[in-house]
Design a protein around this ligand. Structure first.
Ligand code: FAD
Ligand code: NAD
Length: 475
């Protein structure tokens, strides 16, 4: 039987990063991974690299270029005629990016001497794992032992009974990343992160998109002012988002999906060429052996952990989507690093109050910390500064006249930054400054005193910080 200091189960951004860091810290490390890619070959990288963050951003970028050339280049005096989309080429480009990056992780494993164990891992006890080989790789199970185990088995799409995913007419996010043509009409269930990102991709390429959202509030977790701005902009782009819509059933007719739903006005029905179901994700503990070895899950199926990602079993940790907290790749990776450091006897650091969120629509939406409603609900006195991109010279020069803003919330007494919310061009990059400021326990005055290059979009962050104190210059 092989023995390791650490065995990681799952090689998504949580697991592969944890494994690499463990190995860097001198621990003998193996990582068990059961993923098979589209060609049926074993692959590392998990949801994020194979069917999540990376492929979705590749398609968002391709479709952004297309929409820009079609609708916006003219504003710059550029006449582009005959713009068309070759969907197969776009999908092939995405597949190449995925393949290059997942192979890159295999290279990092070799470089750091992480042993990649291909197969499905099942806990036998707090220090033994049984590995079932992948399809076509034999049938003989092996058992490995480990002084420490890190579970990073991620999440899978949630299902709803009225819309059974067949990956043909009704697809989940994975299916929606590989359509071989632009659906003329596209239905989406769930106006969350995936619904808006993938809805944007196919809308830009020409689909008529209807999104059904069960809640009455649009983007419920987002700051209301930002969500309202996003609502206006996405409506203008032609996304038909229907709130308070409960899907009651689906059927098919002539290669189309018939969708029925109910809202406060009554029952409705429409037909679409494709339907994407993206109503959230659920923790993946299937076949992990949790029950048999007494690993405690919470009532929603997440592995229960303390603030240091320790499970109830000695020396068994769990990280990423399979535990509480936001389902984000960077959260999973940081937990992985923190756990590796702790196993190696060092101090692991994980600041749950400063995890950035980004929704990669255009304009992008990004935030960190608390929303204005959360501050009100918690009875915290705050000051607020807002700066609109309409007043940013750089945004104007870029042709980014679609609205948007930076909003900063600071403690009324201490001026400590409590939340930063951005909707606008490159919000995904702009938010990094706010996260760093919060990581350093910074004040809005710290950002206000920081010299920002001109002309940049980041000046909007500077002006919003000045606005907290009622002294913005350019509005
Ligand atoms: P995963 O990435 O899910 O990896 C878990 C791995 O464990 C998988 O490879 C699985 O095969 C393996 N596994 C599971 N069980 C076993 C077992 N018993 N034995 C062996 N192997 C096992 N997040 C962002 O931060 N930014 C984004 O832009 C973003 N975009 C996304 C877009 C889409 C369409 C989707 C679906 C998700 C997106 N996410 C994004 C979320 C992100 O992908 C996840 O938060 C992240 O992948 C979680 O990492 P993880 O390591 O916890 O799990
Ligand atoms: P989500 O939680 O973001 O959105 C799901 C939406 O579906 C919610 O608004 C919910 O109210 C709605 N919904 C639930 N049941 C419904 C029903 N029966 N009918 C209609 N609407 C319904 O989940 P998601 O979009 O599936 O994404 C899953 C997770 O993946 C995200 O929460 C996020 O953690 C991660 N992700 C992150 C990014 C990013 O960071 N840019 C991108 C994609 C996914």
């Amino acid at each position: 039987m092989q023995n390791f200091d650490v065995v990681v189960i799952g090689a998504g951004p949580g697991g592969y990063v944890a494994a690499i860091r463990c190995a860097q810290l001198g621990l003998s490390t193996a990582c068990v991974e059961s993923w098979l890619n589209e060609e049926g070959k074993p692959a590392l990288g998990g949801t994020c690299l194979n069917v999540g963050c990376i492929p979705s951003k590749a398609l968002l970028d391709s479709s952004h270029h297309f929409a820009h050339m079609k609708h916006e280049a003219i504003e710059h005096g550029i006449t582009v005629t005959g713009v068309s989309i070759d969907v197969n080429r776009m999908i092939t480009r995405k597949a190449k990016i995925v393949s290059m990056l997942t192979q890159g992780i295999a290279g990092l494993f070799r470089k750091n001497k992480v042993e990649w164990l291909q197969g499905h891992g099942r806990l036998l006890s707090a220090n033994q794992i049984e590995i079932t080989p992948l399809a076509n790789a034999g049938t003989e199970k092996t058992i490995v032992s480990a002084k420490h185990i890190i579970i990073a088995t991620g999440s899978v799409p949630a299902k709803i009974p009225p819309a059974h995913v067949d990956q043909d007419l009704i697809v989940d996010s994975t299916g929606a990343l590989c359509f071989n043509q632009v659906p003329r009409t596209l239905g989406i269930i769930g106006a969350g992160v995936i619904g808006l990102e993938l809805g944007s991709v196919w809308k830009r390429l020409g689909s008529e998109v209807v999104i059904l959202e069960a809640l009455e509030d649009f983007l419920a977790p987002v700051d209301r002012q930002i969500a309202n701005e996003a609502w206006k902009t996405l409506q203008k782009q032609g996304l038909d988002i229907r709130l308070g819509a409960k899907v009651t059933g689906t059927g098919s007719n002539n290669q189309q999906v018939i969708v029925t739903y109910q809202d406060k006005e009554g029952k409705h029905q429409f037909n679409v060429d494709k339907l994407i179901v993206c109503v959230g994700r659920k923790p993946n503990t299937e076949g992990l052996g949790a029950d048999e070895c007494g690993l405690i899950l919470d009532e929603r199926g997440f592995i229960e952990v303390d603030e240091h990602c320790r499970t109830n079993l000695p020396n068994v940790y769990a990280i990423g989507d399979v535990v509480r907290g936001p389902m984000l790749a960077h959260k999973a990776s940081e937990e992985g690093v923190a756990v590796a450091e702790r196993i190696a006897g060092r101090t692991g650091h994980m600041n749950y109050a400063a995890i950035p969120w980004v929704i990669y629509t255009w304009p992008e939406i990004a935030w960190v910390g608390m929303t204005e409603q959360e501050l009100k609900d918690a009875g915290i006195n705050y000051r607020c500064g807002v700066f609109p991109f309409a007043a940013s010279g750089r945004a104007r020069a870029m042709g980014e006249t679609g609205g948007g803003m930076v909003k900063i919330l600071g403690d009324a007494k201490t001026d400590r930054i409590l939340g930063v919310h951005v909707i606008g061009p490159n919000a995904s990059e702009l938010i990094a400054e706010a996260v760093l400021a919060m990581e350093f326990d910074g004040s809005t005055e710290d950002i206000a005193r920081t010299i920002h290059a001109h002309p940049t979009l980041a000046e909007a962050m500077h002006e919003a910080a000045l606005a907290v104190d009622g002294r913005p210059v350019h509005i």
